[in-house]
Ligand binder design. Structure first.
Ligand SMILES: Cc1ncc(COP(=O)(O)O)c(C=O)c1O
Length: 414
């Protein structure tokens, strides 16, 4: 079976490392792995001050906290995003100001950004959606003119370059995600990078105060790739795999990527930790494969681009030279029907972002999104479908998926 999500980066050596690590709990809190990972991360991305967390949202929460924002201060971010990005804004008591996105690159619309900036605007979050860099030169100019603090959201764009420089090095700060479906993964995890010396002192202070996660949480993260290695071969066979996932979640053998309360803008009481020692080791192994993973994603994106018919609305050709394609996203009239049809044929497609603020059941009112304030983002959300392009998907499989999708769409439009 072919998968878009469900531990898409896990290879044999990652699985062996997870098994070995879970059997050595005395190493879970070892501090020696952190330094190695942070050094390698900084070196690879040419960064200086990186801090590791249990998730990217925790990193964002800490940098926003360091800014001492007040209740009328607005933080600008694009719609067509994840609730995990919005929530830290609510948690520090500031206001999210949603800006529409462009259809060509799924990133923030410059036109709408200019309309929505006002005297309360303090921070601009620039998301590089699906690994495609935003139109940085123009956006950074606007930010400078309006005295905005810039935070890059590189949750999807680890390894993406803009004008020969890695994303994450353009703003005052940047967050990266090491979440389960991200560019590289330690099941959960995140990195905050600070490029502005004025923010650094306060962030260092706040970071020092943070606890390490409970051992049980670390266990859940290590168990995730192991459980999924059992789930995947039986995912469709009598739906055994799906039953295993549900049961594992129910008995808390593995953790959910987003807690129920987060869909209502709430901060789960147990959140905001440093990353556990051992998960740095897991992330480090993945980091060594970063270029290999991204080159593979780009290779498959090009195959899709060549083989898909125009009726499928593939991404704009201009992004082929820039994106690392964390997700290869096409626009179709009925993504759910296609998703279900393909799943019956042993191909799991992806459903990012199926809501203007994903996941699908996010309570938009709780996260202060006003309906119809970002029409493009809403339109994209009901049309988006991601095709698998992770390291475990072959070029032959990408060609087969292209053919199947072309003919499915052709039949629908007969
Ligand atoms: C665009 C975007 N930003 C930020 C995040 C938050 O990342 P994390 O899950 O590591 O908190 C996500 C998570 O899916 C995301 O999609």
């Amino acid at each position: 079976m072919i998968f878009t999500s469900l531990s898409p980066n896990t290879q044999k050596n990652d699985l062996f490392l997870a098994i070995k690590s879970i059997l050595q709990p005395w190493k879970w809190n070892s501090s020696k792995y952190q330094k190695k990972f942070v050094n390698n991360f900084n070196q690879k991305l040419q960064l200086k001050n990186s801090f590791t967390f249990d998730s990217a949202r925790s990193g964002l929460y800490i940098v926003l906290k360091s800014l001492n924002l007040s209740k009328n201060d607005e933080i600008i971010l694009q719609a067509y995003t994840c609730v995990a990005l919005v929530n830290p804004i609510l948690w520090v008591g500031a206001q999210p100001k949603y800006v529409d996105c462009d259809e060509d690159d799924f990133n923030i619309s410059i036109k709408d950004l200019q309309k929505k900036i006002n005297p309360n605007s303090k921070v601009l979050i620039i998301q590089h959606t699906f690994g495609q860099p935003a139109k940085l030169t123009k956006i950074l100019n606007i930010a400078k003119k309006n005295n905005l603090i810039v935070i890059e959201d590189c949750a999807h764009s680890l390894g993406t370059k803009y004008k020969n420089k890695y994303t994450g090095s353009f703003g005052d700060a940047a967050i990266f995600s090491l979440g389960r479906d991200k560019v590289i993964s330690s099941t959960s995890g995140g990195v905050l990078t600070i490029n502005n010396q004025r923010l650094l002192k306060k962030v260092k202070e706040l970071y020092k105060e943070l606890p390490s996660p409970p051992n049980f949480w670390t266990f859940q993260q290590l168990a995730h790739p192991i459980i999924l290695a059992i789930v995947k071969p039986t995912y469709n066979f009598l739906k055994i795999g799906r039953i295993i996932i549900r049961s594992a979640l129910l008995i808390k053998l593995i953790s959910k990527p987003i807690q129920e309360s987060e869909k209502f803008g709430k901060k789960p009481t147990n959140q905001t930790y440093k990353l556990s020692g051992i998960l740095h080791k897991v992330a480090n192994l993945q980091l060594q494969k970063l270029d290999q993973y991204n080159n593979h994603r780009i290779k498959l994106a090009k195959i899709y681009h060549t083989n898909l018919s125009k009726k499928v609305s593939p991404p704009s050709p201009s992004i082929l030279s820039e994106s690392i394609f964390l997700r290869y996203t096409v626009l179709v009239p009925n993504p759910r029907t296609i998703y279900n049809h393909f799943l019956d044929h042993n191909i799991q497609l992806g459903t990012w972002f199926d809501n203007v603020i994903m996941p699908k059941d996010t309570d938009l009112k709780s996260v202060k999104y006003e309906l119809n304030s970002c029409p493009n983002a809403q339109k994209l959300a009901i049309q988006s479908l991601n095709l698998p392009n992770g390291i475990n998907v072959s070029t032959k499989e990408a060609k087969t998926i292209s053919k199947k999708l072309n003919s499915f769409i052709d039949n629908q439009f007969k």
